[in-house]
Design a protein around this ligand. Structure first.
Ligand code: GTP
Length: 359
């Protein structure tokens, strides 16, 4: 089961127009990365726990299914079920025959699903959570392990200096069907705050530590960082390519249909989505440009996130931490202060001197 029906409030305004799980990481929707990993681990069926709107967006995206059977379990209208309620809601679809995997749809993790399923089956766990080590665990659920990887303490978002370990809940679990009796029906339930602490008390929660890459894209800076990290791992030897017309500085990713005009410098760390059009003498680095955006001549973009179909005029300056919503328009000669956010379809026709949200 893939949990993908949250509102992604921390990723607004880009999450107003697409669910988090469809945010592209190096030009591929996160959900596509997840399908590929499921398929590699011989998983045959995925149930997407979503709301009606998210289901619509996902179906529209036509992600290659990689041999997976895809089913949808829809939250009841106007009743978000949290991270636990959707599991109960899908009880019939999941069935009671064997343990099943639950993934947060906003996580990129290089974890072997086969290994965590095996670890779960070998122990007496009712739930096994994937754990990974991070430097600062205070924003996450932190686990302390006892013998045989049984979780003896699980604290959601511990205050600074109080976390017993640096092992955090990676947002990936294996659950046995008995879990259904722990989750009330039709209610908002948090696995992390309500169910896991109960299982710890009963000695039924186990941990599975893994070493691979783990990234949460919940916040804009995390989303940008995830793109950067993956660009690094995917990039071949970094080098500068001088084309006759423009310059590409690795690492970069350029999708199909992109047009770049003379004297533009793209990269390092630039990701250009499908059909992006770049005018003459443009500079783009440390930025993600979503499909169909147009960047006018002599503009520079550094450290920003540009939404799908956004139109950036000529001689525009967009710098660190700026987020431009889908279809927004920035007029010629405009400069945006660092950290400016522009809502979808909004037009900006004056300089923005102090960071703010333009809606
Ligand atoms: P924020 O509003 O930014 O906190 O995001 P969120 O609530 O979408 O995400 P959170 O990190 O809290 O949730 C973890 C995962 O559970 C994400 O993949 C969400 O899409 C999913 N999720 C959260 N709430 C719900 C819900 O009510 N229903 C369903 N089906 N999934 C949910």
């Amino acid at each position: 089961m893939i949990l993908a029906g949250g509102f992604g409030t921390r990723l607004r305004p880009l999450s107003c127009t697409r669910p988090k799980t469809l945010f592209p990481i190096v030009n591929k929707p996160l959900l596509q990365w997840i399908f590929e990993r499921l398929s590699k681990n011989n998983i045959q069926e995925a149930i997407l726990a979503v709301n009606g709107l998210t289901a619509f967006h996902i179906k529209n995206q036509r992600i290659p299914k990689r041999g997976l059977r895809i089913k949808y379990s829809i939250d009841p209208p106007k009743t978000p079920l949290g991270t636990g309620g959707p599991i109960k809601n899908a009880e019939k679809l999941i069935g009671h025959s064997e343990p099943f995997l639950v993934l947060n749809g906003d996580i990129f993790a290089e974890l072997s699903y086969t290994e965590i399923l095996e670890a779960h089956k070998k122990s007496e766990a009712l739930a096994t959570i994937a754990l990974c080590e991070v430097e600062d665990p205070t924003r996450f659920g932190v686990a302390e392990l006892g013998t045989n990887c049984r979780v003896k303490n699980f604290i959601e978002k511990p205050a600074k200096g109080t976390a017993p370990t640096n092992l955090i809940n990676a947002g990936i679990y294996v659950l046995s069907p008995e879990i259904f009796s722990y989750i009330p029906k039709g209610k908002h339930v948090s696995m992390e705050r309500e169910i896991f602490p109960k299982l710890v008390k009963e000695g039924k929660l186990y941990g599975h530590v893994f070493q691979g890459l783990w990234m949460d894209i919940g916040k804009p800076e995390e989303y940008m960082q995830a793109n950067k990290i993956l660009l690094n791992t995917l990039a071949k030897t970094p080098k500068t390519k001088n084309r006759s017309k423009f310059t590409l500085k690795n690492p970069i990713a350029i999708d199909k249909g992109v047009k770049i005009e003379a004297n533009s410098v793209i990269g390092p760390y630039a990701i250009l989505g499908k059909n992006v059009a770049i005018g003459k003498n443009v500079q783009i680095k440390n930025s993600v440009i979503l499909p169909d955006a147009k960047i006018g001549a002599d503009s520079s973009i550094n450290g920003a996130l540009i939404g799908e179909g956004a139109i950036i005029g000529k001689k525009v300056r967009i710098n660190k931490g700026c987020i431009i919503g889908d279809q927004a328009k920035i007029r010629d000669n405009i400069s945006l202060a660092n950290g400016t956010t522009v809502c979808p379809a909004k037009e900006v026709s004056e300089n923005i001197l102090k960071s703010k949200i333009i809606c």
